[in-house]
Design a protein around this ligand. Structure first.
Ligand code: HT7
Ligand code: ZN
Length: 877
């Protein structure tokens, strides 16, 4: 496989002004007729170069240039391209290809999911439909006609507006769609199926009525209300916060069961993994409701950040993804609790993206090379990319950021642009120089920020010394200093924020400020202080760095109880828990008894009994850092010790705080009608977090209460929480009864069965591998359905660390088997499953050897896809 480099980017030799497509869909194949209006790109010179079209796994049926059929000796075909030699600078090309959607298990291009035809073209799927210039800077106006059997496929959809439809011969019918907005091929979509429609409307800020439609399989009709509501709220929010109005007359969402990712923002026709659309309180948890809300918003927001202004090339992916994740996080924060949303995002980033940044696949937010672009839909491009946009928001301020994005959308509407163009718009709108800041786009790795404070009582000065560095990452050994926005305050002995005056400035900065750290070492001197302050640093996690400050445990306890900033209260409690757990891991490794630090009990008790705290915040604070995060923090992770320590600590806390936990849990467990509002979600979150703790007491009453909750729950959040508690308990009889009852009740609901699978696959109880192997034999399991693979194989390898990393290496062998099988069925999913094996350097020598052995076995597989090859070869390098 070939490596593609950003430095090699050049404009295409030709443009495609218009693309006319006709799809004839049949059960065993599809014919794709395309008519392309092609023009020489004048900027690339006068001489006519060959036209090299992308195309893979296509059967070429016919090819005509300006209505003249081309003979086989006038063009060249290879596995990836069709090359022809135009005689003029402007011409029409007519191509017919034959494809087999029913055999497309990779779910890229045109494929069948159940009884429905659908497409996934990002990043490079369109080339599996027809020969084309399949690159995001080639933007074309598309007209699409779909012809299919009326009985089996009554609904025929594509991008844009419906313009005509009619009957065809032999029970077939057709529909034509026209998209007035030029777009790259990756935003093309087609759907044909037997679907029902849920319809609503939205009036835009300029008074236009938009027809909103969600298409699903008939049995899912009742599960679309939340997605529709989320869509309308997203449309209003984007008008209010970014001034962005929807542009077509119709906006459609289609739910499909087989989908490699969460959803796809095709122009006017978003295609969704059904797990990100369907939600009903009986079948979906609060978490699933939140995911639907955020994915619907994310895809909708792409209409501007991605579709109207798109990427010049795939190295710029974060231009649309980082920005859109930032926008959807802002939206979710506004719809629910902004602090809780930030805590969730930071927790996820630190446990997962930091690990990616420290591993063999580490890459900058704007990568400079790739083998297979599908491998670069990563946490770095999405989540770290969003953090980078968040830092720009912090540095420009909310108003300045809005001025910058207004300029960006106005300046680049209808264009395919770069991350530099985005930053330039923010610079120009705010009169800023962000040259140094842009290193965040090109430099991989998680920066370290070492902070130190010195109190000078005589001068009333507090000196804050900042030292930044960044560890080497593959291909990048020398790192440059970055611009790190540090949101901070100084607290007095009562926890009140002090007035901030910097020695080299005249005006006061109020009680909270953002320091711009720009150098490898930098000193900030605060003056005019009456008493020694305790700094509250990196509030809201204002930069994606690993920050250290020599806090004592008592400092952390103080901050956890008194910091006026909610995020940093949580952060202090987390840091305390991390420190305690790291100490316990050392004790466990030395075979010493595990002693609980009473200060943790003290913090948790005060939080549990603080009536002013949002219950969702309480739940976040008392949730111990995950095993994955503890692994990420360790130099060399001892997974058995980490698991043991975390479980022991949970049990100790449950015992020490039993009465407090029980009292709060009982108060929250009073039966109530189900409501989906944020306050009720918060109460359920705390109640079920406490149930998990209380079950560790192994008291008969609690187990009985848990079983009762499982049976009597009026919503899936409570039912699933009870199931999780039982599955992770030693109460075999109750566990098996609950699992059997759950499967009996929900066997016809694939998304609910995904929960049933993943709860078991993720359980740290002994025998995890055997459990997962048995689950794969269950009739509801299907290796061709990515949601099932994620629920069973993914949950086991990513969430069940203690079982996956069993010492005999059988967990690694199992994962490698699945990757090898999936390599030929669905390379994207196979490559994504590789992640746990890429982390082999984190573990002890014995496990390292076992993991490497499996990587080598995968590497030796015949017909390795580019997707898997890239990950495995980089992991072994
Ligand atoms: N922009 C979408 C990307 C996507 C995708 C990429 C590779 C393979 C399959 C895929 N399905 C969707 C999703 C998004 O970020 O909105
Ligand atoms: Zn996206």
């Amino acid at each position: 496989p070939k490596t593609i480099y950003l430095k090699d980017y050049r404009q295409p030799d030709y443009w495609i002004a218009e693309t006319h497509l006709t799809f004839e869909l049949f059960e065993d194949h599809a014919l794709v007729h395309s008519r392309l209006a092609v023009q020489r790109n004048a900027e690339q010179g006068k001489k006519l170069p060959p036209l090299v079209l992308d195309g893979q796994q296509l059967q070429l049926i016919s090819l005509a240039l300006d209505d003249v059929e081309l003979s086989e000796d006038s063009y060249q075909l290879d596995a990836d391209h069709l090359t022809l030699h135009p005689g003029s600078a402007e011409f029409e090309l007519a191509i017919t290809t034959r494809i087999e959607p029913q055999n497309n298990t990779a779910l890229e291009g045109l494929y069948k999911s159940g009884g429905m035809f659908c497409t996934q073209c990002e990043a490079e799927g369109f080339r599996k439909i027809t020969y084309y210039l399949d690159r995001p800077d080639v933007m074309s106006r598309f007209t699409t006609t779909v012809i299919a059997d009326r009985g089996d496929y009554p609904v025929l959809l594509s991008n844009g507006n419906p313009v005509a439809s009619g009957e065809h011969e032999a029970g077939r019918h057709w529909a034509t769609w026209e998209d007035p907005f030029p777009k790259p091929a990756y935003l093309f979509a087609l759907v044909a199926g037997d679907l029902v429609l849920i319809q609503d409307s939205f009036t835009t800020m300029s008074g236009r009525d938009i027809d909103l439609r969600i298409y699903v399989e008939p049995e899912n009709r009742e599960q679309c209300g939340h997605a529709m509501d989320s869509l309308k709220r997203s449309m209003r929010w984007d008008e209010e916060v970014y001034g962005r109005e929807y542009d077509l007359d119709i906006f459609m969402i289609v739910a499909v069961n087989d989908f490699n990712m969460g959803a796809m923002e095709n122009k006017g026709l978003n295609i969704f993994n059904s797990s990100c659309v369907l939600a009903h309180p009986d079948t979906a948890t609060d978490l699933a409701f939140q995911r639907v809300e955020s994915v619907v918003a994310h895809e909708y927001f792409h209409n501007w950040s991605g579709n109207r202004v798109t990427c010049r090339d795939w190295f710029q992916l974060s231009l649309k993804e980082g920005f859109t994740v930032f926008r959807d996080s802002q939206f979710s924060g506004d719809m629910n609790s902004a602090t809780v949303k930030r805590i969730e995002d930071v927790t996820f980033l630190r446990a997962n993206q930091f690990a990616e940044d420290a591993g063999p696949m580490a890459h900058p937010v704007r990568p400079d090379s790739f083998i297979e672009i599908a491998n670069f839909y990563t946490l770095t491009v999405y989540e770290k990319g969003s953090e980078v946009v968040g830092m720009l928001h912090t540095l420009c301020g909310a108003d300045g950021f809005r001025k910058g994005t207004d300029l960006y959308f106005e300046r680049h509407d209808g264009q395919a642009v770069t991350c530099d163009d985005f930053v330039k718009a923010l610079e120009d709108a705010n009169g800023l120089d962000l040259t140094r800041f842009k290193r965040w786009y090109s430099q991989a790795g998680t920066p370290r920020l070492e902070m130190n404070g010195h109190w000078d009582a005589n001068a009333g000065e507090f000196r804050l010394l900042c030292r930044q560095s960044c560890p080497p990452t593959p291909g990048q050994t020398d790192k440059q200093p970055l611009v790190i926005p540090l949101r901070m305050a100084l607290l007095d002995s009562q926890g009140a924020e002090m007035s901030l005056q910097l020695a080299d400035e005249t005006g006061s900065r109020g009680t909270e400020t953002v320091l711009a750290i720009t150098e490898a070492e930098q000193l900030f001197v605060f003056t005019g202080l009456r008493e020694e302050p305790l700094p509250s640093l990196l509030r809201g996690f204002s930069a994606p760095v690993k920050m250290t400050y020599p806090y004592s445990r008592d400092d952390r306890v103080f901050l956890a109880k008194h910091d006026p900033d909610g995020f940093n209260r949580w952060e202090a409690a987390q840091a305390l828990a991390v420190e305690v757990m790291q100490g316990l891991v050392t004790m466990a490794q030395a075979g010493r008894p595990l002693m609980l630090d009473q200060r943790m009990v003290d913090v948790y008790r005060s939080v549990l009994n603080n009536p002013e705290l949002d219950p969702a915040m309480v739940a976040e604070i008392i949730r111990l850092p995950s095993e994955a995060y503890m692994v990420e923090l360790a130099e060399q992770a001892d997974i058995d010790a980490i698991h043991k320590v975390r479980e022991t600590l949970r049990a100790e806390l449950a015992q020490a705080l039993h009465d407090d936990m029980l009292a709060v849990w009982q108060r929250l467990s009073v039966p109530q009608p189900y409501t989906p509002d944020a306050a009720s979600v918060a109460r359920r979150s705390l109640k079920n977090t406490l149930l998990g703790y209380l079950m560790l007491s192994e008291s008969e009453e609690i187990v009985a209460a848990c079983v009762r909750q499982f049976i009597e729950a009026n919503n899936m959040t409570d039912r699933q929480a009870a199931l999780v508690a039982l599955v992770n308990s030693p109460f075999e009889e109750q566990k098996q009864a609950a699992l059997a009852e759950f499967a009996r009740q929900w066997q016809d609901y694939p998304l609910v069965m995904d929960q049933w699978f993943s709860v078991q696959a993720a359980s740290g109880q002994p025998g995890g591998l055997e459990r997962v192997q048995a689950l794969m034999q269950h009739p509801a399991f299907n290796l061709r359905n990515p949601n099932k693979v994620r629920a069973v194989v993914g949950a086991f390898a990513n969430q069940n660390l203690v079982n996956f990393h069993r010492l005999d290496g059988a967990g690694y062998g199992f994962l490698a088997d699945q990757i090898i099988t999936l390599n030929s069925l669905n390379p994207q999913i196979a490559a994504r499953l590789m992640t746990p094996l890429t982390r082999w350097r984190k573990y002890d020598p014995a496990r390292q050897a076992l993991m490497q052995e499996q990587l080598q076995r995968i590497m030796a597989t015949d017909d390795l896809s580019a997707d898997v090859y890239e990950v495995v070869s980089k992991s072994l390098a």
